[in-house]
Design a protein around this ligand. Sequence first.
Ligand code: SF4
Ligand code: MSK
Length: 664
Amino acid sequence: MAIKRNGCEGCTDITCVSTQQVLSQDIAKNVRTAYDRVKARGMSACLFGSGGTCCRNCNMGPCQIIDGVEDMLGICGATADTVAARNFARVVAAGSAAHTDHAREMVKGFLDAAKGHGPHQIKDVPKLKRLAEVFGIVTEDREVKDIAVELGEKALAEFGKQDDAPLSMLKRATPKRQAIWKKLGIAPRGIDREVVEMMHRTHMGVDQEYENIMLQASRCALADGWGSSMLSTELTDIMFGTPVPRRAIVDLGVLKADQVNITVHGHEPLLAEALCIAAQDPEMLELAKKQGAKGINLAGVCCTGNEILMRRGIPVAGGFVQQEMVIATGAVEAMVVDVQCVMQSVAEVAKSFHTDIITTNYRAKMPGGIHIQFEEHEAINSAKQILTHAIKNYKKRGKCFIPQETKMDVVVGFSHETINTMLGGRFRASYRPLNDNIINGKIRGVAAIVGCDNFKLADDTHETIVKELLKNNILVLATGCAATSLGKAGLLNPEAARFCGDSLREVCEAVGMPPVLHMGSCVDNSRILIAATEMVRQGGLGDDITDLPAIGTAPLWMSEKSVAIGQYFVASGAQVVFQDLPVTGAKNFNKYLLEGIMGTLGAHWNVAKEPLEIARIMIEKIEAKRDALGINKKKERVLFDMDMRRDLGGGGLKDVGCHGPSAS
Ligand code: SF4
Ligand code: MSK
């Protein structure tokens, strides 16, 4: 049911029940949200902007190009294809830069932890050693501290590397993929260098051939996926613990009426981890009591939420589109933010309540926010200062509304290591059972649903796509705000197996796993690259990611990071489907992304507007890969004679030859 509020027909795409309930309350009647602004602006976006053919890369412009019209080239003569490719590549560069700057902070935090500075330690020593080996670091007979320091230093050097040798972690890819990157000359070198080169090549008067621009866009995106994002994920796991399955709850109902509610929003988990530790400090709990609260309730928003959900089971109050609603409950003492995906409007919404928006990072300040710099070297003291401020707000809380009945149970924590042990068992950790179930057709393939949510399109888009995939026996991996939205829809718990086709349901029930596996935050899409590569290594499904019956989508993409992710999936050989791409004003370039790029990378972008159309494309692509692998052949029907029946003994007619999944 769509919401109707303030006497207008606006917000017709709000299908989220908790959002509907909050916005229907009297206390929220003065709150203007992004849904209202979408409605007020109408949907007629500038055609040049949405088609990718507006260029303002120099001061002879801005130039608005019309494809094929000679008088409508750029003043410099740039064509629609060149401009759209440059703009697209700059989106990739911006997204990669965001992941990279995040990752650099995590690597620096890791190095501090390795040296024994600050509150964090090395928690996952086996993983430390595995990663150290990738970097060629000797691990035998060495102290954990020494290995960790060397790894931290080598990881940090990957950002500013100036030689032309490829990034260390590229060697984790399949040999075939590495050979493709080498042949095309797109194996990334220094991580920062690829972003800088991308910005240079799209400057006025440099690279003007869209295929060539896209080669660097691929290299830049790969520096993100196989470089910065992967470093961030792996080192964060080593420092804070590799996620394992745990139960938690999501949605606005995780806020608590009788506790100090503090929401953590943004991306870098260093701050959130310090807040988690400080919130258990007796001094902080005592202060909360003195203010009349029963405790301190931390809850996440966006990807910071996903980080602490995965590793600590801290609840998530909402994804990207719910950040304003979190405050509109009136129940939040402070929203603590760092970098990325924090809408400027949260400070405006907060004006109607007692909530403070506390910015914590010098890179991201906000008008109307209170800035308390999070000092990593003084992490716990900084965290306590932030908590103290929030706790003191509790007494100022006025009327509030927490939609209790909408909170949802989830099971999260599916790192690629967890998937390994969950399917293969602790003693024979392996992707073999997954591969076998794909080969025997019980699982038709794997779909990754990643990225943001977006006010322009219906809230239930992720849910619609995923239910269709599950019905067709496709296992789903999820990250980012897409995962939060699927959690709210009840798809991240084992009971969701009821939405699956018979054979996928059988597998999920045997293992006791949800049919949608939450793999973490945006940077954790790198886990999907590793999982896909492991599937290839196990054998039977081709010799590269491009052969796998697997596909990705970021249907409600909003952030430039999603495009960087899409491009590193494509450059790694995985097809992706988005709802739109800002390239439609350039015929040749558009066709290149949707078809031509396949010729070099073995994968391409797809675009479809409707959720069910996206699901249909995903299913068709997966079935086409199965056909190419020859695993869709109908099995010859075997007629059992009496001798054969006797041989089967009392075991009955079980699916002979199928290695079913074994629970660990
Ligand atoms: Fe116009 Fe060319 Fe300058 Fe772009 S670079 S603004 S197309 S003149
Ligand atoms: S937070 S990038 S809205 S997933 Fe990663 Fe969510 Fe997208 Fe931000």
